[in-house]
Design a binder for this molecule. Sequence first.
Ligand code: SF4
Ligand code: SF4
Length: 259
Amino acid sequence: MSDLTRQIKELAMELGADLVGIASAKVLNSRAPQGHRPEDNLPGTQAVVCLGLRMLNSIFLSPNPRVARTSYTYLHKRLNDMGWAVATFLEEAGFAAVPITSDVPIDMMVKRGLWGDLSHRHAAVAAGLGKIGRSQLLLTPQFGARVRVTSVLTTAPLTPDTEVAAELCPERCRLCIDACPAGALTLEGLDKVACVKVMHRYNLYGLLRQMGRILDADSKEEKKKLAFDRTLAEVYMSLRAGDPPSCIECVRVCPVASR
Ligand code: SF4
Ligand code: SF4
């Protein structure tokens, strides 16, 4: 491991990261589709620093769905702050470095569900942080699916970590597939569009659908009723809360490293 790699890992831990790993940009450039490669976000990227924060297990004990949902926006904020600090350190060391946001903004015109500029999950796999499970979530040996990750691209030649070899899903486990309210998960993979319709039912998708219903309603009374039902209030709250997902059942039920 190079000195700079060790310094970056120490910095990440000092900043409060629960997980840190380094991925080779060459590996990710060869795996990711065009437009979503490190090279597309920072030409000359040599390495990707992956940072992870664990979720609180206790949020899954709460019967209040808002407790679990808002934890996402809290973790994204912390991850973005850490990513910025790591990129600043690398820039001051003489290299280019850009943090890729852990959540939004993303290009909403990509037609295959929600696609970030870089897949943090796949970067984390290449950085040795874990494996993709049947839920299509990143599973880590330490925290299972209860983790959020982000990435920093850099032209610094950092030493990549070794990928986790063993699959983390128990052979017979189908808990996430059975729990998915959208029927979006199968043994073949994830139907992202079906997932988004449930996971973001109170975000832009929910707003547009409700606006369509209001426009199509026959009477003024019906339009008024739709404008004041729960949907638009939930959309408003989601936007104020930083756009957290409305469904995390696949995270909740996953037994890997959960307590
Ligand atoms: S987030 Fe919800 S809808 Fe999407 S795959 Fe997971 S369980 Fe299914
Ligand atoms: S719930 Fe089971 S099958 Fe789904 S990702 Fe977790 S371990 Fe794998």
